[in-house]
Design a protein around this ligand. Sequence first.
Ligand code: C6P
Length: 418
Amino acid sequence: MSANPKQAREDHFERDMAQYRADFPALVQEVNGHPLAFLDSAASSQRAQPVIDAVTHYETHDHANVHRGVHTLSQRATESYEGARESVQRFINGASTREVVFTRGTTESINLVAQCFAGPRLSAGDEVLITHLEHHANIVPWQMLCERTGAKLIVAHVEDDGSVPAENVTSRFTDRTRILAISAVSNALGTVLPLDEIIPAAKAADITVVVDGAQAVPHQQVDVQALGADFFAFSAHKMVGPTGIGVLWGRETLLDAMPPWQGGGDMIETVTLEKSTWNTLPYKFEAGTPNISGAVGLGAAVEYLQGVGMDNISRYEHLLLNVLTEQLEAQGDVRIVGTAPGKAAVVSFLMDGVHPHDLGTIVDHHGVAVRTGHHCAMPIMQRFDVPGTARASLAFYNNRDDIDALVASLATVRKLFK
Ligand code: C6P
């Protein structure tokens, strides 16, 4: 225990946060004869036990189709599904559950906006603005749309340290900019984008703002009303929830004015052989039997995260991020790619003379899980002229031992390859 009161408080906080690791059963195992050090949460986080329990309870006792049956199980399933929507609405401070559309994840959410909102509104010569660090999910749907409509894809510059000052984005606004599609946090570099400056400027210029929130929601409190964007997309599996479920939050007036996404059951109000009319929000965008157990898991995930406290998660992950960054910087032969101030819990790095895939394979032999490659963000890899990186990404269930395990395994990489 430190004599310095501030340090003592930090130590106490760190010990408090350490208790949550026990809620993640997958972390309690050996991989290749070593305790697992899971540093790949940006790709997909581990599941919290309360999430696993909620899904198991639903699957064991309550499963039936939703919105369709008068029988008890269907009502229970509907209550669980809609209860999850309410939990999500509270979690992101949406104005109403009508604004919370369940999708398969961030990718589907962005495609939905591109096709149903932007598609009917864009004409040749209009502009869609993105940044150079976007994930493919926030590039490709816009490229496809531009191809179809004749609109142009404009790309805001990313600085050498991976930062994106607001000016880099706002200076690209023209009177043809219709859509700004932008990440809140970069999955490849960890850059946190200054959306609090960018979004008001975009709204003042009458630009529709679509935020890829996949890497923001797991790490910081998100308030969609305060943020002021028009659409916000995220995935459950990056925030201790299940795969195959995510959210598109959108302003009710915009969602209401959009045509449906897919046709089928549940998204209709009436159907005759001549014509169909659409259900109310958000069901208009949820055709077919949805991922009910996924929604239950997502609901449990947001309740769990709120129990831990998003501010605590942010604070603890920053503490770990500082430790990880310092330790990697101390290696001498390691270069961090993306050093923007105020980063989130992602560190992309290269070791001199070692291909990232080789590094990833060797550290795995030591039980350390990192992602290697282009991280589904090839343009930003091209921007930095690297084929890919190794990426260690943190969650609040990590600890200093995980970081020590990574650093120790780098010594073996060095021995084998240099
Ligand atoms: N990034 C990563 O390892 P989906 O696959 O739809 O749940 O999320 C796509 C996505 C969109 N935007 C950002 C910023 C993301 O990080 C991701 C997913 C993972 O970085 C898997 S490629």
